[in-house]
Design a protein around this ligand. Sequence first.
Ligand code: SF4
Length: 255
Amino acid sequence: MSRQHLLLRELGLAPRWRLRHGAAPEPALAPVAANLVPTAAPVMPAVAAPVVVPAVAAVPAPAVVAPAATALPEWATLQQQVASCTACGLCQTRTQAVFGKGNPRARIMLVGEAPGAEEDKQGLPFVGKAGQLLDNMLAAIGLSQDDVFIANVLKCRPPGNRNPAVDEMAACADYLRWQIAHVQPEVLVTLGRFAAHALLQSDAAIGALRRETHQYQGIPLFVTFHPAYLLRSPGEKAKAWQDLLAIRRALAKKA
Ligand code: SF4
């Protein structure tokens, strides 16, 4: 058994993270403890030129990404604003707002949907089983949570984990936009359809959006599945693995 498969098995990803027969070969994995990408010449296929997908003009996008009408607040101010925000009705049912976690100077920024029950309780995004799977996904391409910054489209939990409402996403849009402006990641990754729709202003199906390189204000943006969805649909993990490889190639290209 190869070292890569041993590592994946150790992470609890094998065998589902193996590429299926006929798919492109996997590049060798970077050491889990290493920084973002291998510093030695990576054993990976040549990187195809990014495909910029035109906006899905035919489909009206949710009014989520607000125009840059106000000045960028300081990071600490932004955290305080989120913590005390009452701009939408979710402030009445949250335990606490969930700002984000990770390195505010990270090369890669992940954007999820909204806090769940455990996130609402702990004040951190992506804890619990979905968070563990996300950790494993990051580790599989040589990243830890310290290498990334993770935030959600909504900073407060929708009751019962229902889907975010359009007016809630619009009310919360500036916070995410400002977070991205502060972090200035080299690569953005959306987890699940709501994050993709929010940043791409499209409501196209996630299957049509993933595995293409989009752009958000000049930053390459990749669309992949939400870890909670992968827990419910483990058969999709092979596709998510291919998305991860594309993300790693993009980071390697920028190193
Ligand atoms: S979800 Fe966003 S806009 Fe709504 S109260 Fe929380 S921080 Fe404010």
